[in-house]
Design a protein around this ligand. Structure first.
Ligand code: PMP
Length: 361
């Protein structure tokens, strides 16, 4: 059976070589006589995997020494709660940029726990554009400035970052973490669910500046307190062992394949192939997104009618291309082309797009 070309938005594509390696080690992990999934998280075998994942993120992403890297269960949605619980208590306020469905979800949780200033809201333009980062000002005294680097549903991505002075940026990077280098000096914290660029679902990666830990609310329960995870190297409780193991294999592959810069180049090349096809199609395919902020991770496009879109998706499926349906809330089509998706799969999609257009025109 050949493996399908996977354009799902998440959970999403994993390299076949890694799926096979996991399969090989599933029952007997590296000759230990046990599966890693039935091995204590306090064992030397798991400890090596855990530390390997932490160290490789630091090395490949260039995470400075004054940041802690944490693995926390519950996905990025759990962070929508943990951030305001830790940083909005005691009458503190924060800033938010509303750029699409995911930043709205984070905002809806934050407003339940404290005062939120909306710095930008893209609602009137259906979240198809982003502001010039240089035009944004943080509110003096705000506890943090929240943004979503890549809106997975709307297909828009910040290409540059605002200057927020003393107000630390907290950024949801769920759908573009480790897809390009980032200037860590701009951020107080970044976070992401693993299931797009880094592995299977079940864990969030939180990278937090040490001085932020001093600002955490001391009155919340243990699991929700970033300081506890930081102090215990994310081993306060049983961590999500399986996704962290898969992540360690992905990170090793990323390193062997040339690291972050080569990932970025590949990602830009992949997205360019699809956007060029859209732009050259004479409006057969349309991108609703402002050209300057088109996402390199989630390419959103529409066809003339929902019937034609349905047909496009069904025909693609016959060619073993799956996951091309847009999010239920917006419709249309979406090709998610995360780090692990081979460029050959993008080329196959582009060939199909051209073929489909010829057939229907
Ligand atoms: N933020 C963004 C940008 C996302 O794309 C997603 C999931 N698609 C989430 C947050 C929520 O992540 P999780 O499902 O891991 O809670």
């Amino acid at each position: 059976m050949s493996h399908a070309k996977n354009f799902y938005a998440g959970p999403s594509v994993l390299p076949i070589s890694i799926l096979e390696e996991i399969q090989k080690n599933m029952v007997d992990y590296m000759g230990s006589g046990l599966s890693l999934m039935e091995t204590s998280h306090r064992s030397p075998e798991y400890d090596e995997v855990h530390m390997n994942s932490l160290n490789l993120i630091r090395e490949i992403y260039g995470v400075p020494d004054n940041f802690k890297i944490l693995f926390i269960g519950g996905g990025a949605t759990m962070q929508f709660s943990m951030i305001p619980l830790n940083f909005l208590s005691g009458g503190r306020s924060c800033d938010f940029t509303l750029t699409g469905a995911w930043s709205k979800k984070a905002y809806n949780d934050a407003i339940k726990l404290g005062k939120v200033n909306v710095i930008f809201d893209g609602k009137d333009e259906s979240y198809t554009r982003l502001p010039d980062p240089a035009s944004l000002k943080a509110t003096p005294g705000a506890s943090y400035f929240h943004m979503t680097s890549n809106e997975t549903i709307g297909g828009i991505q910040w290409k540059d970052w605002p200057d927020t002075g003393d107000v630390p940026i907290i950024c949801d990077m769920s759908s573009d973490i480790m897809s390009r280098p980032i200037p860590f000096e701009k951020f107080g914290m970044i976070y992401a669910g693993a299931q797009k660029n880094l592995g299977p679902s079940g864990v969030a990666i939180v990278i937090i500046r040490e001085d932020m830990l001093e600002k955490c609310n001391p009155d919340i329960t243990a699991y929700l307190d970033y300081r506890i995870h930081a102090k215990k190297d994310s081993l306060y409780n049983t961590p999500p062992v399986f996704p962290i193991y898969a992540m360690s294999l992905i990170l090793q592959k990323v390193k062997a394949d040339g690291g972050l810069k080569s990932i970025q180049n590949r990602n830009e090349e992949k997205s360019r192939l699809i956007y060029d096809t859209i732009d050259k199609s004479g409006n057969f395919y349309k991108s609703p997104v402002d050209v300057s902020v088109r996402s390199d991770m989630n390419v959103v496009f529409t066809l003339d009618s929902t019937d034609l879109e349905k047909e496009f998706i069904a025909e693609a499926k016959k060619r073993q291309m799956v996951g091309l349906k847009g999010h239920v809330s917006v419709g249309g089509c979406r090709a998610s082309i995360y780090n692990s998706l081979p460029i050959s799969d993008v080329m196959a999609l582009v060939d199909f797009m051209n073929e489909f257009q010829k057939e229907k025109s």
